[in-house]
Write a protein that binds this ligand. Structure first.
Ligand code: TXA
Ligand code: MG
Length: 375
C-alpha cells in the first residue's frame, strides 16, 4: 500500500518528542497474514522501539500499540485516542514466558488459562510488575495482559521484543476497528503507522477476567466464552447483565467498563430477543419510524434481511442467525456502515447469552447507551 512520506521525521528531536501525535500522514504498510513482509514488520518494530504508536491487527480488533515500559510512549496512545488517563490499557506479549516481566505473584490459574487460551482473545488482570509504568494501569496495582493470536501481531511483538500496551485503535468511545480503513477513519494523521492485515477474525474484543479477586471475576465478555472459562475457573463470578432500564448501579471496577461505549452517532434501539419475536419487534418499530418519514437501518441476521428490506429498511447483514462467530466478526463493520449512511434510526436485536452471544449482547447494549429494550 501507500508508503506516505513522513515529514515529521525531519523535525528536530525535541519537536518530534513534543508533537508525535501530529503526523501529516499515517504510514500504511500492507501485511497480509499469509505473506507477511519482513521489512514492514522491522519498520513498525523500529517505530515502536523509538516510542511511536503503531496500529496493528489482532484476531479480535485492531490495537494501537506503544512500548509498555515507556511512560512517554504510552502517553501518546492516550493523546492519539483522546482517551482519559483513567482507562487502563492491555499489555500484549509475544508469549507466556514474558508474563513475569510485566506481572508478579502469578497464580497457578493464570498459567492454566494461558496454556489453554493463549495465544487468543483472553485478557487476564494480574498484579502489576513495577517495571510497567502505572500510567498503563490507570494508576492501579493491576495490569491486563494477553498474547494475541494473529500472525501479524505476533511477528511485530517478536520483532519489537518489548511488551506492547494496546487499546483498540479507535477514538475514545467510538466503535472498535476491524479493518485498517476503520483505524484510518478515526486516527489518520494522529499515529505514525498502521499495519494492514485485512479484516480481523473474531470481531469483538478479548474477554477480560480479573484474577486478583476471589472468586475471579468476568470484567468483559469477549472472544473466549464464559462456558469455556468455567472449565478452568468453575467459581468465576459473572455479573448478570441488565436487560432493561438503567444500567446496573454497581460501580465499574474499570472505567473502560462504562455503559456508553462502542457508540454510533445514530440513535440505536436493541431488542432483547431472538428469532421471530425479535424480527416482529424490529418491523413494528421500523414501520412506526418510516411512517414518521424517518430513514431506518437494521443490523440483522441473513434470514431476516429480505423481510426488513421489503419494508423499506436498509439492512446490514451479520450472517446466519445460528453462526455467532460470523455475527461477531461482522458486528462492528455493520455498525459503522449503517452509522455512516445518514439514517435516523438503527435497530438490532441480541442473539442470546450462550457462547459469543454474551459478548455480542454486551457490545450492542453499550452501543445503545446502556440498555436493551424488552420485547
Ligand atoms: O481484544 C482486545 O482486548 C483489544 C485488542 C487490541 O487486544 N484491546 C482492547 O483494549 O479492547 P481496550 O483498551 O479497548 O479495552 C481494554 C479494557 C479496558 O477498557 C478495561 O476495561 C480493561 O480492558 N482493563 C485493562 N486493564 C485493566 C485492569 N488493570 N483492571 C481492570 N480492567 C482492565
Ligand atoms: Mg476499546
Amino acid at each position: 500500500m501507500v508508503a506516505a512520506a513522513h515529514s515529521w521525521s525531519h523535525m528536530s528531536a525535541i519537536d518530534a518528542m513534543n508533537d508525535r501525535t501530529q503526523h501529516p500522514q499515517t504510514l500504511v504498510l500492507s501485511t497480509p497474514p499469509d505473506a507477511i513482509p519482513a521489512d514492514a514488520i522491522a519498520q513498525a518494530a523500529r517505530l515502536l522501539r523509538a516510542g511511536d504508536v503503531v496500529a496493528f491487527p489482532t484476531e479480535t480488533v485492531y490495537g494501537l500499540g506503544a512500548d509498555a515500559t515507556s511512560e512517554v510512549a504510552v502517553r501518546r496512545i492516550f493523546a492519539a485516542k483522546e482517551r482519559p488517563l483513567s482507562d487502563p490499557l492491555i499489555v500484549h506479549l509475544a508469549d507466556v514466558t514474558q508474563l513475569a516481566d510485566v506481572t508478579r505473584d502469578i497464580p497457578s490459574a493464570a498459567l492454566q488459562l494461558a496454556k489453554r487460551f493463549w495465544p487468543g482473545p483472553l485478557t487476564m488482570v494480574l498484579p502489576r510488575n513495577a517495571r510497567i509504568p502505572a500510567l498503563v494501569a490507570a494508576g492501579g496495582d493491576t495490569i491486563g495482559v494477553r498474547v494475541p493470536a494473529h500472525p501479524v501481531a505476533l511477528a511485530l511483538l517478536r520483532a519489537a521484543d518489548i511488551p506492547v500496551a494496546a487499546p483498540s485503535a479507535n477514538r475514545f468511545m467510538h466503535t472498535s476497528p476491524t479493518t485498517a480503513a476503520h483505524v484510518l477513519a478515526d486516527l489518520n494523521g494522529r499515529i505514525a503507522c498502521v499495519l494492514d492485515g485485512g479484516p480481523t477474525q473474531v470481531g469483538v474484543e478479548s474477554t477480560v477476567v480479573d484474577l486478583t479477586t476471589i472468586p475471579p471475576r468476568l470484567l468483559r465478555p469477549g472472544g473466549v466464552t464464559l462456558e469455556a472459562l468455567r472449565v478452568i475457573l468453575p467459581d468465576i463470578f459473572a455479573p448478570e447483565p441488565a436487560t432493561q432500564g438503567a444500567p446496573s448501579a454497581e460501580p465499574a471496577r474499570a472505567p473502560g467498563q462504562m455503559e456508553r461505549h462502542y457508540a454510533p452517532h445514530t440513535r440505536l434501539i436493541v431488542f432483547a430477543a431472538t428469532g421471530k419475536p425479535a424480527l416482529a419487534a424490529m418491523l413494528t418499530e421500523a414501520n412506526a419510524a418510516l411512517a414518521r418519514g424517518e430513514q431506518v437501518g437494521a443490523l440483522a441476521a441473513d434470514e431476516e434481511a429480505a423481510t426488513l428490506e421489503g419494508a423499506g429498511v436498509r439492512v446490514a447483514r451479520l450472517g446466519p442467525a445460528d453462526d455467532l462467530a460470523a455475527i461477531s466478526r461482522r458486528l462492528y463493520a455493520a455498525l459503522r456502515e449503517l452509522d455512516s449512511a445518514e439514517l435516523d434510526l438503527l435497530l438490532a436485536h441480541s442473539f442470546g447469552r450462550r457462547g459469543l452471544g454474551l459478548a455480542i449482547e454486551d457490545r450492542l447494549r453499550r452501543a445503545a447507551g446502556g440498555h436493551l429494550r424488552a420485547v
